[in-house]
Ligand binder design. Structure first.
Ligand SMILES: [Zn+2]
Length: 230
């Protein structure tokens, strides 16, 4: 059942490892099928050792449909997100070190976009939620409460959850959030007062809008959308 989607989950799990967003068996990925079933990665199995049959298929309440492995310990949080965000069909949880490190900076409640790629992939600034226990439904509640229009939420002292209308959107949000976090922390370390060159709200919004025209199968970017802003 759902062989293609299971293959995609494993492929993307290996990509999370490649981009250094997870170590060993941490993190998880989940897809909601158009027919409502949820596919979720198993607990404690490394992505490069994962097989199609290891992916669990369950319903929105977590009742097993297919698979004999124990699902990710974060499944209650994942199901909470799917239940409360009908527009979301892909969820990824990582322990990506740079984005997570931003939650350690006192007073930070939001990671403001400072690279265009982050605006594109995360659809705007990324909120930072207070710490919640790993494996708790609170992680999912925080994502729903804090995300707004963002495709990512940084979970304080823990990791990141990214969400998308597809799993691919969630993957892009995780990768470009981490790339931006690396640059941000490097720049902050070079600025004695911790202040960096920021992007204006207008510029951020322009980059969010531009991404709607990115890739194959979308129209060319309207020229008036990419005029220079401050
Ligand atoms: Zn975690």
């Amino acid at each position: 059942m759902f062989s293609e989607e299971k293959k995609q989950i494993i492929k993307y799990g290996i990509l999370l490892d490649k981009y250094e967003l997870v170590s060993l068996t941490c993190g998880n990925l989940a897809i909601r099928m158009p027919t409502g079933e949820i596919l979720v990665t198993p607990s404690g199995i490394a992505y490069d050792e994962m097989e199609e049959d290891d992916i669990i298929v369950c319903d929105i309440d977590g009742n097993n449909i297919e698979g004999d492995k124990k699902p990710s310990s974060d499944t209650p949080a994942i199901l909470y997100i799917f239940k409360h965000r009908p527009d979301i069909n892909g969820v990824i949880h990582t322990h990506q070190p740079y984005a997570t490190a931003i939650s350690l900076i006192p007073g930070m409640t939001e990671f403001r976009v400072c690279y265009t790629g982050m605006a594109n992939a995360c659809a705007g600034n990324v909120p930072i939620a207070p710490p919640s226990p790993a494996g708790s439904v609170e992680m999912g509640i925080d994502v729903v409460n804090y995300a707004g229009n963002s495709r990512a939420v940084i979970l304080g002292n823990h990791g990141v959850m990214t969400i998308g209308s597809t799993l691919k959107e969630a993957l892009y949000a995780a990768v470009y959030l981490e790339e931006t976090a690396k640059g941000y922390l490097a720049a902050r370390a070079c600025c004695p007062d911790g202040k960096i060159n920021e992007m204006s709200d207008e510029y951020i919004q322009q980059m969010v809008d531009v991404f709607k025209y990115y890739g194959q199968g979308t129209p060319t970017i309207p020229t008036d959308l990419v005029k220079k802003v401050k």
